[in-house]
Design a protein around this ligand. Structure first.
Ligand code: SME
Length: 154
């Protein structure tokens, strides 16, 4: 995304988080903002660490095509690896990945940003794109900022 879009997205998300919307609605609105403002973001969603099954992610609010991957164990796929390694994964070409869970044949790239609370992974922001290599350093920086902003909600 360009810097103007980054500024718009960040200010819209700050307004969502300051609103009276309930938690789920805020997370859904964050997904909508990203999907609407950034044309290359085709699926935007949150995975939450399951409080009953530590080291497993459960699908939360999302915008885009439904996915069969509603539960992902740490270590599985890009999402599970990002949770296990506690770091952002930027995959510019998913066809080059061996540990990858495909949601749709249209998806060409993916970025997964862990969300931390008190130094512990509590969830993730996951974005799929139908475009190859759409994620710039600006995308990563802004999405990591958003992950920090939403952390109290997860
Ligand atoms: N591709 C992900 C699975 C989740 S979907 O992108 C929504 C992965 O490899 O973990």
């Amino acid at each position: 995304m360009d810097t103007a879009t980054a500024a718009t997205v960040l200010s819209e998300i700050q307004a969502i988080l300051a609103s009276r919307l309930e938690r789920e609605a805020q997370l859904m609105a964050v997904c909508h903002t990203l999907a609407e403002r950034v044309p290359t973001y085709d699926w935007v969603g949150f995975y939450l660490v399951d409080p009953d099954h530590a080291r497993e992610l459960v699908l939360g609010p999302f915008v885009g095509a439904p996915t069969e991957h509603t539960h992902i164990k740490f270590g599985q796929g890009i999402c599970g690896q990002a949770a296990e390694r506690e770091q952002t994964f930027v995959i510019q070409d998913v066809s080059a990945e061996t540990n990858y869970l495909s949601c749709s044949a249209h998806v060409k790239s993916e970025i997964v940003i862990p969300v931390f609370r008190d130094g512990v992974v509590v969830g993730e922001l996951d974005i799929d794109s139908h475009t190859q290599a759409p994620f710039s350093a600006t995308d990563r920086r802004v999405l990591e900022q958003i992950a920090a902003l939403v952390a109290p909600l997860l």
